[in-house]
Design a protein. Structure first.
Length: 180
Protein backbone atom coordinates (compact mmCIF):
# COMPACT_ATOMS: atom_id res chain seq x y z
CA UNK A 1 0.00 0.00 0.00
CA UNK A 2 1.27 3.44 -0.91
CA UNK A 3 2.20 6.07 1.67
CA UNK A 4 -0.24 9.00 1.75
CA UNK A 5 1.20 12.53 1.83
CA UNK A 6 0.00 14.16 5.08
CA UNK A 7 0.95 17.77 4.21
CA UNK A 8 1.03 20.49 1.57
CA UNK A 9 -0.49 20.66 -1.87
CA UNK A 10 -0.40 16.85 -2.26
CA UNK A 11 -2.07 16.16 1.09
CA UNK A 12 -4.18 13.01 0.93
CA UNK A 13 -2.57 11.78 -2.28
CA UNK A 14 -0.16 8.85 -2.72
CA UNK A 15 3.48 9.85 -2.24
CA UNK A 16 4.14 8.82 -5.86
CA UNK A 17 2.17 11.90 -6.94
CA UNK A 18 5.16 14.00 -5.80
CA UNK A 19 7.35 12.37 -8.45
CA UNK A 20 6.01 14.60 -11.23
CA UNK A 21 6.67 17.86 -9.34
CA UNK A 22 10.48 18.16 -9.07
CA UNK A 23 10.35 21.80 -7.98
CA UNK A 24 8.04 20.99 -5.07
CA UNK A 25 10.14 17.97 -4.08
CA UNK A 26 13.28 20.14 -4.12
CA UNK A 27 11.53 22.72 -1.95
CA UNK A 28 10.18 20.30 0.67
CA UNK A 29 13.52 18.48 0.78
CA UNK A 30 15.12 21.74 1.94
CA UNK A 31 12.67 22.12 4.82
CA UNK A 32 14.11 21.18 8.23
CA UNK A 33 10.85 19.57 9.34
CA UNK A 34 10.70 16.95 6.59
CA UNK A 35 13.34 14.57 8.01
CA UNK A 36 12.14 14.92 11.60
CA UNK A 37 8.36 14.85 11.13
CA UNK A 38 8.13 12.58 8.08
CA UNK A 39 11.23 10.36 7.96
CA UNK A 40 9.56 7.71 5.78
CA UNK A 41 8.67 10.26 3.09
CA UNK A 42 12.12 11.84 3.41
CA UNK A 43 13.73 8.44 2.79
CA UNK A 44 11.54 7.81 -0.27
CA UNK A 45 12.55 11.18 -1.72
CA UNK A 46 16.25 10.59 -1.01
CA UNK A 47 16.00 7.23 -2.79
CA UNK A 48 14.24 8.85 -5.78
CA UNK A 49 10.97 7.08 -4.87
CA UNK A 50 12.61 3.65 -5.19
CA UNK A 51 13.27 1.02 -2.57
CA UNK A 52 16.13 1.76 -0.20
CA UNK A 53 19.44 0.66 -1.66
CA UNK A 54 21.15 -0.39 1.56
CA UNK A 55 22.65 -3.81 1.09
CA UNK A 56 25.03 -5.90 3.17
CA UNK A 57 27.83 -4.58 0.93
CA UNK A 58 26.76 -0.98 1.60
CA UNK A 59 26.49 -1.66 5.32
CA UNK A 60 29.98 -3.20 5.33
CA UNK A 61 31.35 -0.02 3.72
CA UNK A 62 29.64 2.07 6.40
CA UNK A 63 31.02 -0.15 9.16
CA UNK A 64 34.57 0.48 7.91
CA UNK A 65 34.39 4.00 9.34
CA UNK A 66 34.08 2.50 12.82
CA UNK A 67 37.32 0.55 12.36
CA UNK A 68 40.24 2.60 13.70
CA UNK A 69 42.74 1.50 11.05
CA UNK A 70 40.39 2.40 8.17
CA UNK A 71 39.36 5.66 9.82
CA UNK A 72 43.03 6.62 10.23
CA UNK A 73 43.65 5.82 6.53
CA UNK A 74 40.63 7.88 5.47
CA UNK A 75 41.72 10.90 7.53
CA UNK A 76 45.25 10.63 6.13
CA UNK A 77 43.95 10.23 2.56
CA UNK A 78 41.48 13.07 2.92
CA UNK A 79 44.12 15.37 4.42
CA UNK A 80 45.90 15.33 1.05
CA UNK A 81 42.85 16.90 -0.62
CA UNK A 82 42.68 19.61 2.01
CA UNK A 83 46.34 20.59 1.66
CA UNK A 84 47.32 19.95 5.25
CA UNK A 85 49.95 17.60 6.55
CA UNK A 86 48.72 14.55 8.35
CA UNK A 87 50.67 14.05 11.54
CA UNK A 88 50.29 10.53 12.93
CA UNK A 89 50.92 11.80 16.47
CA UNK A 90 48.22 14.49 16.14
CA UNK A 91 45.68 11.88 15.03
CA UNK A 92 45.74 10.39 18.52
CA UNK A 93 44.90 13.74 20.14
CA UNK A 94 42.38 15.04 17.58
CA UNK A 95 38.78 14.82 18.67
CA UNK A 96 37.02 12.77 16.01
CA UNK A 97 33.28 13.02 15.69
CA UNK A 98 31.72 10.36 13.51
CA UNK A 99 28.04 9.74 13.02
CA UNK A 100 26.19 7.28 10.79
CA UNK A 101 23.06 8.33 8.91
CA UNK A 102 23.41 12.06 9.53
CA UNK A 103 21.12 14.44 7.58
CA UNK A 104 20.80 12.11 4.62
CA UNK A 105 24.46 11.08 4.44
CA UNK A 106 25.80 7.64 5.29
CA UNK A 107 28.67 9.08 7.36
CA UNK A 108 29.38 12.49 8.87
CA UNK A 109 32.98 12.95 9.99
CA UNK A 110 34.67 15.85 11.77
CA UNK A 111 38.35 15.77 12.65
CA UNK A 112 40.34 18.98 13.07
CA UNK A 113 39.48 21.13 10.06
CA UNK A 114 37.91 18.15 8.27
CA UNK A 115 34.13 18.27 7.96
CA UNK A 116 33.06 15.52 5.54
CA UNK A 117 29.55 14.46 4.56
CA UNK A 118 30.07 11.03 3.00
CA UNK A 119 27.79 9.00 0.77
CA UNK A 120 28.68 5.35 0.08
CA UNK A 121 27.84 3.32 -3.03
CA UNK A 122 29.15 -0.20 -3.60
CA UNK A 123 28.67 0.27 -7.34
CA UNK A 124 28.13 3.40 -9.43
CA UNK A 125 26.95 3.19 -13.01
CA UNK A 126 25.45 5.47 -15.60
CA UNK A 127 22.83 6.53 -13.03
CA UNK A 128 25.42 8.91 -11.56
CA UNK A 129 23.34 12.07 -12.29
CA UNK A 130 20.71 10.75 -9.84
CA UNK A 131 23.46 10.23 -7.24
CA UNK A 132 24.66 13.81 -7.73
CA UNK A 133 21.08 15.03 -7.18
CA UNK A 134 20.74 12.80 -4.11
CA UNK A 135 23.90 14.24 -2.57
CA UNK A 136 22.85 17.82 -3.34
CA UNK A 137 19.41 17.18 -1.85
CA UNK A 138 20.79 15.76 1.39
CA UNK A 139 19.98 17.88 4.41
CA UNK A 140 23.43 18.89 5.72
CA UNK A 141 24.35 22.24 4.14
CA UNK A 142 27.95 22.57 5.29
CA UNK A 143 31.01 20.42 4.93
CA UNK A 144 32.82 18.71 2.11
CA UNK A 145 30.59 16.38 0.12
CA UNK A 146 32.27 13.07 -0.62
CA UNK A 147 31.14 9.99 -2.54
CA UNK A 148 33.06 6.77 -1.96
CA UNK A 149 32.46 3.94 -4.40
CA UNK A 150 33.74 0.41 -4.53
CA UNK A 151 33.51 0.13 -8.32
CA UNK A 152 32.40 2.07 -11.37
CA UNK A 153 30.43 0.13 -14.00
CA UNK A 154 29.23 2.95 -16.26
CA UNK A 155 29.86 3.06 -19.99
CA UNK A 156 28.80 6.66 -20.68
CA UNK A 157 32.19 8.04 -19.65
CA UNK A 158 35.45 6.78 -18.23
CA UNK A 159 36.32 7.03 -14.52
CA UNK A 160 38.64 10.05 -14.91
CA UNK A 161 35.87 12.00 -16.65
CA UNK A 162 33.45 10.93 -13.95
CA UNK A 163 35.77 12.37 -11.29
CA UNK A 164 35.75 15.70 -13.20
CA UNK A 165 31.94 15.65 -13.45
CA UNK A 166 31.60 15.13 -9.70
CA UNK A 167 34.25 17.77 -9.00
CA UNK A 168 32.29 20.27 -11.12
CA UNK A 169 29.33 19.53 -8.83
CA UNK A 170 31.52 20.16 -5.76
CA UNK A 171 31.58 16.46 -4.79
CA UNK A 172 34.82 14.60 -4.22
CA UNK A 173 34.66 11.11 -5.78
CA UNK A 174 36.93 8.46 -4.26
CA UNK A 175 37.39 4.75 -4.90
CA UNK A 176 37.40 2.69 -1.75
CA UNK A 177 40.57 0.92 -2.91
CA UNK A 178 42.43 4.28 -2.86
CA UNK A 179 41.80 4.61 0.89
CA UNK A 180 42.75 1.11 2.03
Amino acid sequence: MSTIVPFGKYKGQPVESLMSDAAYVDWIRQQDWLATKFPQINTLIINNFAEATETPEHNAMQALFFDDAFLRNYVKFSAGFMNFDFDETNYETEKIRIQAEHHGFDIYLQCGCMDDCIELKPCLGDDYPAVIRQIHNAGHKTGERVLIIKEYSGVGCDYDTLVKIFKSSKIRLIKLSDIK
